[in-house]
Design a protein around this ligand. Structure first.
Ligand code: FAD
Length: 373
C-alpha cells in the first residue's frame, strides 16, 4: 500500500460486501425501501465465475421483484427443456420458462441496476471486517492502493463461497470430503438452444447449456479427490462423465481454461450482532438443482426486508437473520441434499431413472418444491 490512510468516520448505515447476484439484489431491494447503501466489489467486471448459469421460474420471479426480469430475459437464452443422462437412460422433461445467462453478463447487469437504484457502488474495492461492537462494525476498505477504515451500523456479507471468516464472527464449518465445482466455456459443442443437459454418474455430474453468445457453459460438481474412485485431473473427469453418458457425441475439445471452487459443502452461522451473511457466503449445499442464484436472491430480498423493517434497531439483526434464513431454506436444502446423495447410489439412480422415464410428471412436485417462488 503506497498511500495508507486511516479515517474513522461517523457511522454509515449499511455496507454490502460483494456484488454478485446476492449482494446486488440486496442493494436494489434496500434502496427500494429508501435505506442508504454502500456496495463494494473486489473484482473488476465483467468477471467469470464457476456457475451453470441457469435460472428457473423462482429466479425469474426474484428478478421481477427487483424490476429487472425483462432486461435479464433480453440478454439471456430462454430454457424450456431438461435432458438428463442417468443410469444409462436418457430422460427429457419440459420445464417452466427459465433463462441461461453468463455471469459475465448477469453480474454487471445487476450491479448497474444497483447503481440506478441509488446504491453507492465501489468496484475494485476489497472489504475486510476488522471488529464488531454493540454500536457498529469496523471495516477496512482497500481500493486503488489506498486503505480506509469505516464504521457501519450494519454489514451484509455477500462475498460468496470464498468469503473469509469475518473476523471470527461467522466461522465456516467444512463438511469432510465435500464435492468441488469446476466450469469452462466450450465453443465447439453442438447442443440445442433452450435445453439444459445433465450427465450424471458416481463421480459427479456435468451440466451444459447454450448461452446467447453461442458459447456453451459447462459446469460440474465432482467428488472430492478422497471420495472419487475415478482419479485423474478435473477436466479429464468431466470429459469421462460426458463420454460415458447418453450425450457421448457432445465431446469437449475446444474450451476456455477451467476454473474450480473450494469444497462446496460448507456451512456457517449466517448472522451475528450487526452482521448478516447472504447467498453462498451464508453456506452452501450443491448445485445439482441449479438453485444457488435463486436462493441467493430470495435470501437477499428477505434480508433487505428485515433490515428495512428494523431501521435504528440493528444490534441483533444478524441473530434474527440466522433464524429467518434457516426457516427460509431448511426444507429446500434438505431436499437438494437427498437428491444429490441419491445420485451417488447406483441402485437409487437406476430406480429413479426408470421411474422418471415411465412417469416424467413425477418430477414436477420435486422440481416445484426445490424451485418454490
Ligand atoms: C459447478 C457449479 C454450478 C452452478 N450452477 C448454477 C446454476 O446453474 N444456477 C444457479 O442458480 N446457481 C448455480 N451455482 C451456484 C451459484 O454460482 C452461486 O450460488 C451464486 O453465484 C452465489 O451468488 P453470491 O452472490 O452469493 O456469490 P458470488 O456470485 O460468488 O459473488 C460474490 C462476490 O463477492 C466478491 N467478493 C468476495 N470477497 C470480497 C471482499 N472481501 N470484498 C469485496 N468483494 C468481495 C466476489 O468478487 C464476487 O463478485 C453453481 C455453482 C457451482 C459451483
Amino acid at each position: 500500500m503506497s498511500d495508507r490512510r486511516h479515517e474513522s468516520l461517523s457511522c454509515s448505515p449499511v455496507l454490502i460486501i460483494g456484488s454478485g447476484v446476492a449482494g446486488a439484489a440486496c442493494a436494489i431491494r434496500l434502496r427500494s425501501h429508501g435505506v442508504a447503501v454502500d456496495l463494494v466489489e473486489k473484482a473488476t467486471f465483467p468477471r467469470t465465475k464457476v456457475c451453470g448459469c441457469c435460472i428457473g421460474e423462482a429466479g425469474l420471479n426474484a428478478f421481477s421483484q427487483l424490476g429487472i426480469r425483462d432486461e435479464v430475459l433480453e440478454h439471456g437464452m430462454t430454457t424450456r427443456r431438461w435432458c438428463a443422462s442417468l443410469a444409462g437412460r436418457r430422460i427429457e422433461l419440459s420445464i417452466p420458462l427459465g433463462v441461461a445467462i453468463s455471469r459475465e453478463v448477469l453480474d454487471p447487469l445487476m450491479m448497474q441496476a444497483a447503481v440506478r437504484s441509488g446504491a453507492d457502488v465501489s468496484m475494485n474495492c476489497t472489504a475486510t471486517i476488522k471488529a464488531s461492537s454493540s454500536d457498529y462494525v469496523s471495516v477496512q476498505l482497500d481500493q486503488n492502493d489506498a486503505t480506509i477504515m469505516k464504521n457501519y451500523r450494519c454489514v451484509v456479507v455477500a462475498s460468496g463461497l470464498r468469503s473469509g471468516n469475518c473476523s471470527g464472527l461467522l466461522p465456516w464449518t467444512e463438511l469432510p470430503h465435500g464435492p468441488f465445482g469446476i466450469s469452462m466455456m466450450a465453443s465447439s459443442v453442438d447442443v440445442d438452444p433452450g435445453v439444459i443437459y445433465m450427465a450424471c454418474n458416481q463421480d459427479g455430474y456435468v451440466g451444459l447449456v447454450k448461452l446467447a453468445d453461442g458459447r456453451v457453459d459447462v459446469a460440474a460438481a465432482l467428488q472430492s479427490r478422497q471420495s472419487s474412485v475415478a482419479g485423474g485431473d478435473p477436466v479429464t473427469r468431466v470429459q469421462r462423465i460426458l463420454a460415458a453418458s447418453q450425450f457421448a457425441s457432445l465431446s469437449l475439445t475446444e474450451f476456455s481454461p477451467a476454473m474450480t471452487t473450494p469444497p462446496l459443502r460448507r456451512s456457517r452461522r449466517a448472522g451475528h450482532g450487526r452482521v448478516l451473511a447472504i447467498g453462498d457466503a451464508a453456506g452452501y449445499v450443491e448445485p445439482f438443482t441449479g438453485e444457488g442464484m435463486t436462493w441467493g436472491m430470495q435470501g437477499a430480498i428477505a434480508a433487505a426486508d428485515l433490515i428495512a423493517s428494523t431501521v435504528g434497531d440493528w444490534g441483533h439483526v444478524g441473530d434474527d437473520w440466522e433464524q429467518k434464513l434457516a426457516v427460509l431454506l431448511r426444507r429446500r436444502k434438505r431436499t437438494c441434499r437427498v437428491v444429490t446423495t441419491a445420485l451417488r447410489s447406483p441402485a437409487a439412480c437406476r430406480i429413479a431413472a426408470g421411474t422418471l422415464q415411465l412417469f416424467p410428471r413425477l418430477a414436477t412436485p420435486l422440481l416445484r418444491s426445490m424451485n418454490k417462488a
